[in-house]
Design a protein around this ligand. Structure first.
Ligand code: NAX
Length: 326
């Protein structure tokens, strides 16, 4: 059996946390031969609820669960951590402007970035789920200068999975028939689900659907799926978000399937003309624990416009918190 790895989950007492922790402990994220120690971080008022979650984890008697730490101290939560899923974030409150939300989260993610810098393994892999995920990932990365910037990513996998599922339904095929999906940019309404390179059972997706459906139905449906879930369920996506977090880290740690790629919010190196340093979603392949941006894909004028629009929003978000960035 392998040595246990330490997995930090923030916001662990929340609804995504509840759908996430049991799957990590079961081996769904890092493999059925990889023991894990869960280091659960939440705020002080959530400690009782977190203790209850720990009791349930204990009651599962998971063979791979080698320990559970519950804490409200980021230095303890990130101690020697190998993986961190940053789920906890400040939700938008009544009367809160977008700028206030960005600032409140900048404060949380600056503290956590510093705690990662000072306490975690230098090889830690970080996934930011808490919104605004891409900019929160940027803030975390900038506050952890001793860790490679490639080790900070933002979750776009839920958007990616939604995009695959909607296309499979439309074409009457299985999700496993859908290959090379891309969602570019920000985890927000400006995201761009791009079918230009996607195939369904080997046929180009754009040969199977009408351009009008693609532009006016598909793209908005995928981009606004989160809002549709809230309307239907009365609460935001939780199990599907947890599932996407598992998929993201599993692909990153254990590799992507040959001939396919996934969407990940990663540090832009300037690929496809996207400003260097933004955390932007690109098509990626993963091998040996490292992601690589897929190069050389053709970008139509329509795609270029959409990719630039979502980049502009990320630039604006970054500029909005620039005074808080080191
Ligand atoms: P909940 O409100 O159920 O849980 C959030 C938890 O975070 C709470 O337990 C809270 O006490 C904790 N928390 C707040 N501040 C903290 C801090 N400074 N340190 C540690 N813990 C802290 O929210 P939930 O539904 O679990 O969603 C969590 C985040 O995921 C939200 O920001 C949400 O917007 C975001 N999402 C991101 C998605 C993505 O695709 N990137 C999709 C799903 C989800 O909407």
């Amino acid at each position: 059996m392998k040595q246990p790895v330490r997995v930090t989950v923030t916001g662990a007492a929340g609804q995504i946390g509840y759908a996430l922790l049991f799957r990590i402990a079961s081996g769904a994220m890092l493999g059925e031969d990889q023991p894990v120690i869960l280091q659960l971080l939440d705020i002080t008022p959530a400690m009782d609820a977190l203790e209850g979650v720990k009791m349930e984890l204990d009651d599962c008697a998971f063979p791979l669960l080698a320990g559970v730490v519950c804490t409200d101290d980021p230095d303890v939560g990130f101690k020697d951590s190998d993986y961190a899923l940053l789920v906890g974030a400040r939700p938008r409150g009544p009367g809160m402007e977008r700028k206030d939300l960005l600032e409140a989260n900048a404060a949380i993610f600056s503290v956590q970035g510093k705690a990662i810098d000072q306490n975690a393994s230098k090889d830690i892999k970080v996934l930011v789920v808490g919104n605004p995920a891409n900019t929160n990932a940027l803030i975390t990365q900038r506050n952890a200068p001793s860790i490679p910037k490639e080790n900070f990513t933002a979750m776009m996998r839920l958007d990616h999975n939604r995009a695959k599922s909607q296309l499979a339904t439309k074409t009457g095929k299985a999700v496993t028939d859908v290959k090379n999906m891309i969602v570019w940019g920000n985890h927000s309404a400006t995201q761009y689900p791009d079918l230009s390179n996607t195939t369904v059972a080997g046929t180009p997706a754009l040969d199977l659907v009408e351009q009008d459906w693609y532009e006016n139905d598909y793209i908005p449906t995928v981009a606004q799926r989160g809002a549709a879930i809230i309307k239907a369920r009365g609460a935001s996506s939780a199990a599907s978000a947890a599932n996407a977090a598992i998929d993201h880290v599993r692909s990153w740690a254990l590799g992507t399937t040959d001939g396919d790629y996934v969407s990940m919010g990663v540090y832009s190196d300037g690929s496809y003309g996207i400003e260097e340093g933004l955390i932007y979603s690109f098509p990626c392949t993963c091998e040996n624990g490292e992601w690589t941006i897929v190069q050389g894909l053709s970008v139509s004028e329509f795609s270029q416009g959409r990719m630039k629009a979502t980049e502009a929003e990320l630039t604006e978000e970054r500029d909005g918190v620039a005074h808080l960035l080191p």
